[in-house]
Design a protein around this ligand. Structure first.
Ligand code: SF4
Length: 61
């Protein structure tokens, strides 16, 4: 699974706190996901971050 943060992100900071191995905040104040395939052990936390995003800004494929 790969994750992407779209332009809806409001920079609430939730996803990096839930899943720091996949998400981080950029200098622009919004979140960004790693470009690589997410490691199996990080998938549960990444899904939790996606489900918890208040503006549904996290997409997966
Ligand atoms: S949880 Fe959603 S709104 Fe909050 S920083 Fe992450 S992508 Fe942005």
């Amino acid at each position: 699974m790969k994750y992407k943060v779209n332009e809806n992100c409001i920079g609430c900071g939730l996803c990096p706190s839930v899943c720091p191995n996949v998400f981080h905040m950029t200098d622009e104040g919004t979140a960004e996901a790693i470009e690589e395939e997410v490691a199996a052990e990080d998938e549960a936390a990444a899904e939790e971050a996606k489900d918890g995003c208040p503006v549904s800004a996290i997409e997966s494929e």
